[in-house]
Design a protein around this ligand. Structure first.
Ligand SMILES: NC(=O)c1ccc[n+]([C@@H]2O[C@H](COP(=O)([O-])OP(=O)(O)OC[C@H]3O[C@@H](n4cnc5c(N)ncnc54)[C@H](OP(=O)(O)O)[C@@H]3O)[C@@H](O)[C@H]2O)c1
Length: 329
């Protein structure tokens, strides 16, 4: 029988999500990789338990996470049943719909039919009555935004989600979506974009829109899929994501140019008493603009590393300048 650590709220920081009542942990755990049907169940279970013991209250899923698609939700459902059910009211569980999930015209994108059907499937796979946050996963150029936002509003009114969010929407699309949702009476809680030292597009307009509209942000791939860690500094090991079947990271991305930057950043991290991965998290969380850094992990120790970064000293102006210089190359 799992019993959560009684010290679980002592080492985490919780940030307010935009202008809402919801607090999210500074570090959240995503289940895209390493929780699928092809992965070792007990490893995923150990990571979730350790994460919760360290104050990570938020677990992020999507209909298509696996592989196979849907299996990460099934794994999470089993872990909930075995370990976390007594703690349901201490958990923020999210899922999403929008990417390809089932054959035919209703298995992807942004129609009301896709969103409502997909969430029903997700709830079944996880054994839940509701999720805490439901996202539209990517903008749909062919469905009127009013329809997609009306679907999110409906889902909240049906009690199948408490809050709604959007992911991968541009600054302009976000502004429009936020206005429609506000008119409908279901505010947009949160945006989930990618953001890291190696991918900074949200600084170019989206962060301003989020601040103006009172929307929180949970940034995915803050470690740039593992590149902003010490993982690849001495070559590509067989247990790494780059060596595996992930479509999201290939060996080709790990160039000498990128590694040279990571080596220099790693030295700066060491001078602060941090690991490379911890510096990458301190950087996305700097200045309080980001609500939560959404990490992935393949091992319990990676979750421990991430949580230890939460109380690191803020980056100084000088350190930030040094980072800019390294990133410029
Ligand atoms: N909304 C969207 O469209 C979208 C898209 C992508 C992701 N996401 C969400 O974001 C989550 C995180 O994405 P991500 O996994 O790409 O994030 P990430 O945190 O940038 O990368 C995680 C990977 O970095 C490596 N790592 C983590 N900690 C480490 C450490 N301390 N030392 C060395 N290596 C370390 C591990 O790779 P190894 O496996 O090599 O150990 C781990 O799997 C996903 O699970 C999902 O929930 C959302």
């Amino acid at each position: 029988m799992y019993e959560a650590s009684s010290a679980r709220y002592e080492g985490m920081k919780y940030n307010r999500t935009g202008r809402s009542g919801l607090l999210l942990p500074a570090v959240s755990l995503g289940l895209w990789h390493n929780f699928g049907g092809i992965d070792v169940f007990e490893n995923g279970r150990a990571m979730i338990r350790r994460a919760f013991d360290l104050g990570i209250t938020h677990f992020d899923l999507a209909n298509n996470y696996g592989p196979p698609a849907g299996s990460a939700e099934e794994t999470f459902g089993q872990i909930l049943k075995k370990d976390l059910q007594p703690y349901r009211d201490e958990l923020i569980i999210s899922t999403k719909a929008g990417y390809h999930m089932w054959p035919g015209p209703y298995g992807e994108w942004g129609s009301k039919k896709n969103l409502v059907s997909s969430l029903d499937q997700s709830l079944k796979r996880m054994g839940l009555e509701y999720v805490d946050i439901f996202y539209h996963h990517r903008p749909d150029p062919n469905t009127p935004l009013e329809e997609t936002m009306a679907a999110l509003d409906l889902i909240v009114r049906q009690g199948k989600a408490l809050y709604v969010g959007i992911s991968n929407y541009s600054a302009e699309q976000t502004r429009e979506a936020a206005q429609i949702l506000r008119r409908l009476g279901t505010p947009c809680l949160i945006h989930q974009p990618n953001y890291s030292m190696l991918s900074r597009w949200i600084e170019d307009g989206l962060q301003d829109v989020l601040a103006e509209e009172g929307i929180g942000s949970i940034v995915f791939s803050p470690l740039y899929k593992g590149i902003l860690t010490d993982r690849y500094l001495n070559g590509i090991t067989p247990d790494s994501r780059a060596a595996g079947p992930s479509v999201f990271l290939s060996e080709k991305e790990i160039t000498e140019e990128v590694l040279d930057k990571v080596r220099r950043l790693n030295e700066l991290a060491a001078a602060r008493g941090q690991k490379m991965s911890q510096l990458a998290l301190s950087w996305v969380l700097r200045g309080g603009k980001v609500t939560s850094a959404l990490i992935g992990a393949s091992k319990v120790s990676q979750i421990e590393d991430a949580v230890a970064a939460v109380h690191a000293p803020e980056l100084t102006a000088e350190e930030l300048e040094q980072i800019e210089a390294i990133l410029r190359g």
